[in-house]
Design a protein around this ligand. Structure first.
Ligand code: GDD
Ligand code: MG
Length: 318
């Protein structure tokens, strides 16, 4: 068994304007918030308690997830008044957890199908301080570069570099041995990527890389969020329960539609993410657009590459 911390306090700057009204982890991907996909994966791996490390728009998480009982997992909330960085957030959240089980940390904007249980087993086999999930990508510049030796031991941690030394990157899921958490100072802004990991490696502590090349995506940009949603939809379109769609609506391109929506007659919708409680009136044509929860799109609207909510109508940099 293990406990977990979900890092969901970032500003989501690269996703603006989608993150003007909702924090990045609560944006819908294939009908469910990014965070919910992660909660389901955590539950599957036997994690029984999960702390949400929140800061920006923290009030949005609790009404949706409550105490977690709906997902069969205990969810508790740690709120940073000012963001403490990834390391400071981990230490702050860990104050709500015991120190007897491994602690699994998740970046809150990652969709991953790797086996968290196998990663924990690999961590325990190596008696590691920290075990990072690693994945190979073509262009490693936007990520943490993590070279390892033949035994899987991490030899350096190099956050975001212009000339990556390897294609193997930090995939944003870490197992920490419980006593290692307390090496991060409490109440201080700390970056786990720029401070904690390099310091552990440099001082010769056992930091390991668990390599599993399964489906993985950081949904930190509008283009990536749309890709993640399309990938999970895997077909023409997907609609959540209780949504009503006119028979002559044409919906394509991996569009996802949330719960309790009404999609009107003669609408044409391609590659869109549509939240819950959305009304799309007759004859609207929408493509590559994000329709936020509760928005009404009036009849005949034609939009391509837009963010539309109750209040906003802004272009998305796709
Ligand atoms: N609570 C809290 N407080 N969470 C934070 C804070 C904070 O101050 N700062 C960032 N986070 C959360 C973000 O919400 C996100 O879920 C996660 O930490 C990672 O932050 P990002 O801003 O998404 O980082 P990144 O994508 O540039 O890089 C990170 O992820 C890559 C993999 O996707 C790094 O961990 C890289 O090393 C890694 O390769
Ligand atoms: Mg990210």
């Amino acid at each position: 068994m293990a406990v977990g911390i979900l890092l969901v306090g970032g500003f989501g700057t690269r996703l603006k304007p989608l993150t003007d009204e909702y924090p990045k982890p609560m944006l819908p991907v294939a009908g469910l918030p990014v965070t919910e996909h992660q909660v389901l994966a955590a539950k599957k791996a036997g994690i029984h308690t999960l702390v949400f490390a929140t800061s920006y728009l923290s009030e949005v998480f609790t009404p949706y997830f409550g105490d977690g009982s709906q997902w069969g997992i205990k969810i508790i909330y740690a709120v940073e008044k000012e963001p403490l960085g990834t390391g400071g957030a981990i230490r702050n959240a860990a104050e709500l957890l015991g120190r007897t089980e491994p602690i699994v940390i998740f970046n809150g904007d990652v969709l991953s199908r790797h086996s968290i249980s196998d990663q924990i087993a690999f961590h325990q086999k190596n008696s590691a301080d920290v075990t990072l999930h690693l994945i190979d990508v073509e262009d490693a510049r936007a990520f943490g570069c993590v070279p390892t030796d033949d035994s899987g031991r991490v030899t350096a941690f190099l956050e975001k570099m212009e000339n990556p030394v390897t294609q193997s990157i930090n995939a944003g899921c870490y197992i920490f041995s419980p006593d290692v958490i307390d090496k991060i100072p409490l109440g201080t802004v700390v970056s786990v990527e720029r401070e904690t990991f390099p310091a552990l490696v440099e001082s010769g502590r056992p930091v390991f890389g668990y390599k599993e090349q399964s489906y993985w995506l950081d949904v930190g940009t509008p283009a990536a969020l749309f890709k993640g949603s399309r990938d999970l939809v895997d077909g023409e379109f997907q609609a959540m329960q209780s949504t009503v769609i006119a028979p002559d609506a044409v919906i394509t391109g991996g569009t996802s539609i949330g719960a309790r929506c009404l999609i009107g007659a003669a609408t044409v919708i391609d590659d869109c993410i549509i939240g819950d409680d959305v009304i799309i009136e007759d004859g609207a044509h929408l493509s590559h657009s994000f329709i936020a929860h509760g928005a009404t799109i009036s009849a005949g609207t034609i939009k391509n590459g837009h963010y539309l909510s109750k209040k906003l109508d802004l272009p998305i940099p796709l």
